[in-house]
Design a protein around this ligand. Structure first.
Ligand code: SF4
Length: 224
């Protein structure tokens, strides 16, 4: 078992927060996490990001505000998260997908997604993107950056294409889902998150297959 974590990963403000708080508590206090295997997800996302290094947003989607891809896969770390006016033991630390630079000197954070079918998940991902913005506007080190745009850039599967000569591939459709800035909602999510992590271990979620597996397994092993 590890020591308690000192950083919140932006994606934990969406997926883990939406899931069972006991698993989240165990991870943030003891670094115990269920193993996860997501084949090709990382590779696909990496390819999608690298494809647009140095590109103009006009090459990505006509609805995106005019700017240029400035960086990809950059790490950000914020100053400590404040709860009741005091520093907590947690800060935001994570890696954004694409950073866009706009002509007015502000920046945009773009999260790249591969989807089976295009669907607008902008409100679900809002705390995650807002957390990157918080870290860039309140960095632990270096100059702050002003973030004016947040959004999801999605590729969804269309059909298989190609032949033996040019190679095979999957055609995808591109979609742009802007995310409204909402630092107040993020602040509330962060305070709730820190409060859960610093509290007693929460109840586990009812009807979780994983917990049922662990309980069944333990009872069989103990009985042998
Ligand atoms: S119910 Fe158990 S295994 Fe499932 S998410 Fe919660 S703590 Fe983890």
């Amino acid at each position: 078992m590890g020591e308690r974590r000192s950083n919140i990963s932006p994606s934990d403000l969406t997926f883990s927060w939406d899931g069972c708080h006991r698993c989240l508590w165990l991870y943030y206090n003891h670094q115990v996490k269920a193993p996860m295997f997501m084949p090709t997800v990382g590779e696909l996302a990496d390819m999608q990001e690298k494809y647009f290094i140095g590109a103009s947003t006009a090459d990505m989607h006509p609805d995106m505000p005019a700017g240029k891809v400035f960086d990809h896969g950059g790490w950000v770390q914020s100053t400590p998260i404040q709860v009741d006016g005091k520093d907590s033991h947690l800060a935001i630390r994570g890696k954004y997908d694409l950073l866009i630079e706009f002509p007015d000197g502000t920046y945009g954070i773009i999260d790249c997604k591969m989807q089976a079918r295009a669907s607008d998940k902008s409100s679900f991902y809002s705390p995650q993107l807002e957390a990157y913005a918080f870290a860039l506007e309140n960095p632990a080190k270096g100059e702050p950056k002003k973030i004016s745009v947040l959004g999801i850039y999605s590729w969804s599967l269309d059909r298989a294409s190609g032949n033996l000569t040019v190679g095979f591939g999957y055609r995808v459709n591109a979609a742009w889902y802007p995310v409204d800035r909402d630092p107040i909602a993020l602040q509330k999510r962060l305070v709730d998150f820190v409060t859960v992590v610093n509290g007693d271990m929460p109840e586990s979620k009812q009807s979780c297959d994983q917990c049922k597996y662990i309980a069944d397994r333990n009872s069989i092993v103990k009985s042998i």
